[in-house]
Design a binder for this molecule. Sequence first.
Ligand code: TYD
Length: 235
Amino acid sequence: MAAAPGDEGGGPPRDSEWPGFFITFEGVDGAGKSTQVAALAGALRSDGHDVLTVREPGETVLGELIRVLLLRPAPAPLDPWAEALLFVAARAQLLAETVLPALMRGTVVIADRFVDSTLAYQGGGRGLDRRSLLALHRAACGDVWPDLTVLLDLPPGAADRRRRDSQLPLDRMELSPEAFHAAVHRTFRELAEADPQRIVVVDGQRPAVVVSQRVYAVAAERLAEVGGLSSRPSA
Ligand code: TYD
């Protein structure tokens, strides 16, 4: 069931507390996020914006160590809450060390995954209670929400084909059963339905160049709505 913003769906306070602009990309594995993050960063830099890109989990020393723990095939199944807490620990460190200072400097920060991934993978996929995950986000990550989230939508079958075609070794999350990936996909869609103002769904099956044009159009419009970064109130 679609959830109400601010409750099950996650509800950011809409007036950002930073002079920068926070954009996140979400989607199932293989949706093409990293290509689109790079394309958008390039386009916004050409427009004269100061842009920082980050990916989760990782970037900080702690985050990269956690990434190895989370993504390498594990000898025993990870407890779902242990898994969630590790993703959130990496996020808390990334926010404190990198993302929030950049946003406070007026930078456009583009993140490859953020809290919606925890809601979709650990909530939808592993079955953890969404309210508890939201409470954890409030407690550990200061209830920070993006100004804009781009959901690259790719049906599970197509994502599966892309993962196999890439011929790269699959990580621990990618090795999860098909039903897990289907639940993750479904949850992303629910989150987008519950919060259409923040989460814009873009068809990830279109050619990459078409996707990047659409993403740029959305981001440029939102940046214009906030009056460009320089004139944004910082309260
Ligand atoms: P990564 O190689 O970065 O995947 P992708 O390129 O698709 O982003 O691996 C991150 C994996 O971790 C991916 O399968 C999604 C998963 N993940 C979670 O399960 N929960 C989270 O909170 C985050 C940030 C990622």
